[in-house]
Design a protein around this ligand. Structure first.
Ligand code: ADP
Length: 326
């Protein structure tokens, strides 16, 4: 089956900044693909390169069988990250305005219902809550009933109930055959919605796969977190590996040690150990690895590589300078 989105080796630099570095991905019809990654990783640049609003320096991109700049706009829906419609239009007028840009558009009231804004249809955009505004914006990307939908952070700023409305909407669209590419900082959102996830770090797609595959390959092991002042050495006789991650690193609270590779059935033996060794603790929590662990592991690794590279480059520059002055 032909991919609906196909990008090969996209590169984009802004001055010294590498926004995209050999980014390649392929998304099939009806698939939901989530792009995750730290701020500045290149997610928006990738979305813009795929929707024809920025020209990559090299590489190729095709969507719906055409180049992004030449694609039939009737088949494409795009919600940019920064999108501020006129404040003095009601939610309904806003959707009617965008519907008016297409020959064959949906009824704005149906779209209002899709995004859960029926009761706010007559409210000026500027008087909607932040979450309602974002849902109205999502609606504006749906008026032409697109085959391919790009949503750059669709649920940022939306409360949990509104977020669920948008999630169900995206699921229904995908069930009906719409292909969706979204970016998000919400790992629960990616895990719930995405058939496949791509993790961008430093302009590169460093991992792609189903959430389950990514968790299996990069998520690490299950872990028991013990909030305690005790030193990891106090656990030397426990038959599981124990470490104390840097304070507050990832999701580990301050003053905690982490027991790795441990199934729930063994938690009792750890509790016994704490008691027999007189180790004071305030809380125990067990967790399976999830997408957030994948994110933390891979984004951290890329950040460390980048710091090392910058340090070795500046070290080399220092040496060169020292050579010049010597
Ligand atoms: P993300 O969406 O993952 O936060 P972006 O794609 O917005 O990342 O940005 C990637 C990198 O490119 C960042 O370092 C950003 O500052 C830079 N960048 C993006 N757009 C521009 C631009 N128009 N001009 C200069 N730098 C840009």
């Amino acid at each position: 089956m032909e991919a609906v989105v196909e990008a090969t080796d996209l590169e984009k630099t802004y001055g010294e900044t590498v926004a995209l570095s050999r980014a390649s991905l392929s998304v099939a019809r009806g698939e939901v693909f989530a792009l995750i990654g730290p701020n500045g990783a290149g997610k928006t640049t990738l979305v813009r390169a795929l929707t024809g609003t920025t020209e990559p320096d090299s590489g190729s991109a095709r969507i719906l069988g055409a180049s992004p700049a030449a694609v039939n706009r009737d088949r494409l829906g795009v919600l940019p990250q920064e999108f501020s419609p006129p404040g003095r239009l009601s939610a309904r007028e806003l959707l009617a305005y965008y519907a008016g840009l297409y020959d064959d558009a949906r009824d704005p009231d149906d779209v209002l219902a899709d995004v859960g804004l029926v009761d706010a249809g007559d409210t000026w955009y500027e008087d909607l809550s932040g979450g309602q505004q974002r849902r109205a914006c999502v609606g504006s990307a749906l008026v032409n009933d697109p085959d391919l939908l790009f949503l750059d952070e669709p649920t940022t700023g939306i409360d949990p109930a509104g977020r669920r409305t948008v999630w169900r909407l995206i699921e229904d669209l995908a069930d009906a055959g719409t292909t969706v590419v979204l970016t998000t900082h919400d790992m629960a959102e990616a895990e719930r919605l995405a058939d496949r996830v791509g993790l961008l770090a430093d302009g590169s797609l460093v991992a792609q796969g189903t959430p389950a595959d990514l968790v299996r390959d990069h998520g690490g092991s299950s872990r028991l977190t013990i909030e305690t002042e005790a030193d990891p050495d106090a656990f030397a006789d426990l038959e599981h590996p124990v470490d104390r991650p840097e304070h507050g690193r990832g999701r580990t609270p301050d003053n905690a040690v982490v027991v790795r590779d441990i199934d729930p059935a063994s938690i009792g033996s750890v509790v016994d150990y704490l008691e027999t060794h007189d180790i004071a603790y305030t809380e125990l929590s067990w967790a399976e690895p999830d997408l957030e662990d994948v994110y933390l592991a891979l984004a951290d690794a890329t950040e460390r590589e980048r710091t090392d590279r910058l340090e070795s480059e500046s070290g080399a520059a220092d040496l060169a300078q020292a050579g010049e002055t010597a």
